[in-house]
Design a protein around this ligand. Structure first.
Ligand SMILES: Cc1cc2nc3c(=O)[nH]c(=O)nc-3n(C[C@H](O)[C@H](O)[C@H](O)COP(=O)(O)OP(=O)(O)OC[C@H]3O[C@@H](n4cnc5c(N)ncnc54)[C@H](O)[C@@H]3O)c2cc1C
Length: 441
C-alpha cells in the first residue's frame, strides 16, 4: 500500500469541515485541518447571538471533539499566512507545513470597500466574537441611553443603523425590532422607546435583492410593519462613530452602525494574480482546482466558479459550500483509485431568510415557487436546525426558540466587560484600560 498523501485543508467552516469529515479514516489520506479558531462557527445564527437570543456556545462546536476518534485527521490551530505553490508548502503562525494536496476553504470576511472610518467604527458580524461584541454594544447603548445627560445623547444611543439589506441585515433588523417591541419596554421603563429608530439602508433597489420579487416585497412589508425604517437605493457613505452620513447627505446621529453590506474572500498571500478575481475570490475550474495549479483546490465562499447557471460565480451560501465539499471528497476517493476528478455539478435548491416571529420568505428552485409567512418560518427553522452541528447544540437552540416563542423573552442581555482594574501586562506597558467591551473591536 502507498504512503498516505498529505491533504492539508485550511478552514474548518462549512466546506473544510465537510471535506474532512467525508474523508475521515480514509486510508489514502493523512489530513491536517487548520483553522484560526478551535471551533466551527454557525454563521447563519450569528444574528441571534448578537441580539441576545442564543449563547455563542450553542452555535459553536469544538473541532477536536469532532475528530476524537479519527485515525487520519489532525487539527492545527493556526493562521494561514502564505502559500508557496512552488514548494508545496504553506507558512502558518505555527510554522511551515508541506502538503501533497492543499484545499483552501477560508471563507470570506467583511468588505468595507476601502472606507477606513467605517472599518474603524462600524460593527461587523462575520465571526462569533464579533457577534458577541455587537451584543455588548447593543446593551451598552441602551444603558447609555437610560443614563444620558441630555436628549441628543439619548437619541444617538437609541438609533441603530443596519447597512446592507441582504439576509443578514434583514434578519438583524427584524430581531432588533422584536427586542424593541417585546423586551425593552419591560427592561427600560424609563426610556421612551417610540424614539428608538432602527434604520435599514440598502444600496440596491430592494431588500433581499437576490431573491424573487415576491420575497423582497414581502420582506420589506414585514419590516415596515415591525417598525424598521427601510431605505433602498441608498448607501451609507461614512461613519465617524457619532453620525452616519448617507450618500444624499442625510445625517443620522447614532452610536451603532452595523455593517452587513458586503464580503470579500480571505485570499492568502502567495497565489498567482491570475487566480484572484477583482471580488477577492479564487478562480477555480469545473473540478474546483485553482487555475494555474495542479494540486491546490478551493471550496466554499472563497471559490469563484462560473457555471451556466451562475455566470457570476456560485452563491456564497452554506449549502453550496457543503455540496462542493461532498463532491470534492468523492473526487479525492476517485483519485485514490487512480481515477480522474469529475466536474462539479450542483443542484441549487433555493434560498430563504427570516424576518421575525412567524415571518420568513422562501424561494424554491424546482418547482419554482415562493412562499412566505408561518410555513416559510417553520421551513427556515427546520433547515437551520438540521444544518447545525451536534445534537446538544440542536437541542439547546430548539429549547431556546421554544422558550422565546412562549415567553416573548430572551435572557442573555448581559454585558461582558473587561474588569475595570488594570490587567497586568497592560499595566506594565502603561497602556490605557478600556472599560467598554471585553471583546471590543
Ligand atoms: C451573518 C451570516 C448569516 C448567514 N446566513 C446564511 C444562511 O442563512 N444560509 C446560508 O446558506 N448561508 C448563510 N451565510 C453564508 C454562509 O455562512 C457561508 O456561505 C458559509 O459559511 C461558507 O462556508 P465556508 O466553509 O466557505 O467558509 P466559513 O464557514 O466562513 O469558514 C471559513 C473558516 O476558515 C477559517 N479561516 C479564515 N481565514 C483563515 C486563515 N487565514 N487561517 C486559518 N483559518 C482561517 C475561519 O476561522 C472559518 O472557520 C451567512 C453568513 C453570515 C456571515
Amino acid at each position: 500500500m502507498d504512503e498516505p498523501k498529505h491533504l492539508v485543508i485550511v478552514g474548518g467552516g462549512f466546506a473544510g469541515l465537510k471535506l474532512a469529515r467525508s474523508l475521515n479514516n480514509h486510508p489514502a489520506y493523512r489530513i491536517t485541518l487548520i483553522d484560526r479558531h478551535n471551533y466551527h462557527q454557525f454563521q447563519p445564527l450569528f444574528y441571534q447571538v448578537a441580539t441576545a437570543s442564543l449563547e455563542a456556545s450553542s452555535i459553536s462546536f469544538p473541532l477536536r471533539k469532532i475528530f476524537q476518534k479519527s485515525r487520519n485527521v489532525r487539527i492545527r490551530i493556526a493562521e494561514l499566512l502564505t502559500v508557496e505553490p512552488g514548494d508545496n508548502t504553506i507558512q502558518t503562525t505555527s510554522g511551515p507545513i508541506r502538503y501533497d494536496y492543499l484545499v483552501l476553504a477560508m471563507g470570506a470576511d467583511t468588505n468595507y470597500f476601502g472606507n477606513r472610518d467605517i472599518q474603524q467604527y462600524a460593527f461587523p458580524m462575520k465571526s462569533t466574537v464579533e457577534a458577541m461584541a455587537l451584543r455588548n454594544r447593543i446593551v451598552e447603548n441602551l444603558e447609555a441611553a437610560a443614563s444620558a445627560p441630555d436628549e441628543a445623547t439619548r437619541q444617538r444611543h437609541l438609533n441603530v443603523v443596519v447597512v446592507g439589506g441582504g439576509p443578514t441585515g434583514v434578519e438583524l433588523s427584524g430581531a432588533l425590532a422584536e427586542m424593541k417591541r417585546f423586551i425593552l419596554p419591560k427592561d427600560y421603563p424609563e426610556l421612551d422607546l417610540s424614539k428608538m429608530h432602527i434604520y435599514l439602508v440598502e444600496n440596491s433597489p430592494n431588500v433581499l435583492n437576490a431573491m424573487s420579487d415576491a420575497a423582497h416585497e414581502k420582506a420589506r412589508a414585514y419590516l415596515v410593519k415591525m417598525g424598521v425604517e427601510v431605505t433602498t437605493g441608498m448607501a451609507v457613505k461614512d461613519y465617524d462613530g457619532k453620525n452616519a452620513i448617507l450618500r444624499d447627505g442625510t445625517t443620522i446621529p447614532t452610536a451603532l452602525v452595523i455593517w452587513a453590506a458586503g464580503v470579500r474572500g480571505n485570499v492568502p498571500a502567495g497565489l498567482p494574480s491570475i487566480a484572484v478575481t477583482p471580488q477577492n475570490r479564487i478562480r477555480v475550474d469545473v473540478k474546483g482546482r485553482m487555475v494555474d495549479s495542479d494540486n491546490i483546490y478551493v471550496l466554499g465562499d472563497l471559490a469563484y466558479q462560473e457555471t451556466g447557471q451562475f455566470p457570476k460565480g456560485m452563491p456564497q451560501l452554506a449549502n453550496v459550500a457543503m455540496a462542493q465539499a461532498k463532491f470534492m471528497a468523492d473526487n479525492f476517493k476517485r483519485l485514490s483509485h487512480g481515477k480522474a476528478f469529475e466536474p462539479f455539478h450542483f443542484h441549487f435548491q433555493g434560498s430563504m431568510a427570516t424576518v421575525g416571529r412567524n415571518k420568513a420568505v422562501v424561494d424554491l428552485e424546482s418547482p419554482r415557487i415562493s412562499f412566505q409567512g408561518l410555513f416559510a418560518w417553520f421551513v427556515w427553522m427546520s433547515v437551520h436546525l438540521f444544518l447545525l452541528m451536534g445534537f446538544k447544540n440542536r437541542l439547546l437552540v430548539f429549547v431556546n426558540w421554544g422558550y422565546k416563542y412562549i415567553t416573548f423573552d430572551n435572557s442573555l442581555r448581559l454585558i461582558y466587560t473587561r474588569p475595570p482594574y488594570p490587567i497586568q501586562n497592560e499595566e506594565e506597558e502603561g497602556a490605557a484600560v478600556p472599560v467598554e467591551g471585553a471583546i471590543a473591536k
